[in-house]
Design a protein around this ligand. Structure first.
Ligand SMILES: Cc1ncc(COP(=O)(O)O)c(C=O)c1O
Length: 391
């Protein structure tokens, strides 16, 4: 196995210490952990399922798998998800970390990952003993030979950290290419309901129009066949359930069957009360719309404060982060600009994440999370507006 990377968050300790010494206290916008209460509808379902004396089904209850299929049809514009091709996971991080292993990747295999990405795609390839291959585009992978053709290709839209959304034409090109080369595509889509583009939130539920953020399983993307495709989704963010560990994978029933077989042997099962809570979350759109409004307000305040303070926001069309740089830092070379911004923010008592945590190509940016209380976001906005005035 390629050695695992150092856990990078430890390197933020000095910045955190400095930011924490601010008179108004620390505003921690570095990690994306939800801060709002888990919705009542979800908690009630968990409590009602507290008597869980028997083992849960690794595959998930039929009701949960059917609810996932119905959610894809209702919320993602994806009809025809086969409940046999749905599997709950213990949060999505574990699936991301173990998917290459579960699919049988090993030494000599390549796992293609976005050049600027959530770090666990890289970790998952290494855990399998395979080689992570960061890619900016399909052509950047070079000519395909048996040694260079990936076994698995990850896409992540909306992206963590950049907030970029891939359109259905782009994704369709990826799927066509993958099928031509017999590559499995896994698509991590957990920020799909947090679309901030003009007109998003325009459906009567207050949520994005289904399909506005296309799934890999969207018929426009895959031609209606889910062969070779897996969509990965998490309820951590849209339903403030990060502590429940509640996520799922859906798509090609043959691929899901392979995952299921190993997961059954390995005891990788979602607790039954959590499965019941997931079922409640997936059948209630109102709490997702409410949560979306909270994040949208925080985002609006932060975005305009950063803009007025001279920063530039790139992409950030969807998701829970702003991808921030400054023109002068970019001119100075993309590699290390993030640390200059980290420094400036620490002086204001604000902790952000350096873009270099997400790949060398991210070094000119910082990632600023929207996951703080209104009070803390307000403090950050006030400090950005009064920079240099001793506040
Ligand atoms: C892109 C992406 N995938 C997966 C995850 C993991 O989410 P969870 O394990 O809470 O489902 C995160 C969490 O931040 C993420 O940003």
């Amino acid at each position: 196995m390629d050695s695992l990377p150092d856990f990078p968050w430890d390197s933020l300790a000095p910045y955190k210490e400095r930011a924490s010494s601010h008179a108004g206290g620390l505003v921690d916008l570095s990690v994306g952990t939800p801060v709002d209460p888990t919705p009542d509808v979800v908690r009630a379902a968990l409590i009602a399922a507290a008597d869980a004396h028997g083992y849960p089904q690794t595959w998930g209850t039929p009701a949960l798998r059917e609810a996932v299929a119905a959610w894809f049809a209702r919320r993602r514009g994806v009809p025809g998800v086969n409940p046999d091709g749905v599997l709950p996971t213990i949060g999505s991080k574990e699936l991301v970390a173990w998917l290459p292993t579960l699919l049988g990747a090993g030494p000599g295999d390549v796992v293609a990952i976005p050049a600027v990405a959530y770090p666990t795609y890289d970790v998952g390839a290494r855990l399998a003993g395979a080689s992570p291959q960061p890619m900016r585009s399909l052509t950047s992978l070079g000519p395909m030979t048996s040694a260079t053709t990936p076994k698995l290709l990850w896409v992540n839209s909306p992206s963590n950290p950049t907030g970029q959304v891939l359109g259905h034409e782009h994704l369709a090109k990826v799927v066509r290419w993958a099928r031509q080369h017999s590559v499995i595509v896994a698509s991590d889509e957990c920020y799909a309901e947090l679309d901030w583009r003009e007109g998003a939130g325009g459906s009567s539920s207050g949520l994005p129009i289904p399909g506005a953020v296309p799934s890999i399983l969207d018929p426009r993307v895959c031609g209606g066949s889910h062969d070779g495709l897996l969509a990965v989704y998490s309820l951590s963010k849209q339903s403030s359930m990060a502590g429940y560990r509640a996520a799922f994978v859906a798509g090609d029933p043959a691929l899901v069957g392979r995952l299921l077989e190993i997961r059954k042997h390995a005891g990788m099962m979602v607790p039954w009360p959590v499965q019941q809570a997931m079922l409640a979350a997936l059948t209630d759109d109102a709490h997702v719309a409410e949560q979306r409004v909270r994040y949208g307000i925080r985002r609006g305040h932060l975005l305009s404060a950063l803009d007025h303070a001279g920063y530039r926001i790139d992409y950030s069309d969807a998701g829970l982060y702003l991808w921030v740089t400054r023109a002068d830092l970019e001119d100075a070379g993309a590699g290390s600009g993030c640390w200059t911004i980290l420094d400036e923010m620490a002086d204001l008592g604000i902790l952000v994440a350096p873009g270099s945590f997400y790949g060398a190509a991210g070094g000119g940016h910082v990632r600023i999370a929207l996951t703080a209380t209104d009070e803390r976001i307000g403090a950050a906005v006030h400090r950005l507006a009064h920079r240099g005035q001793g506040d």
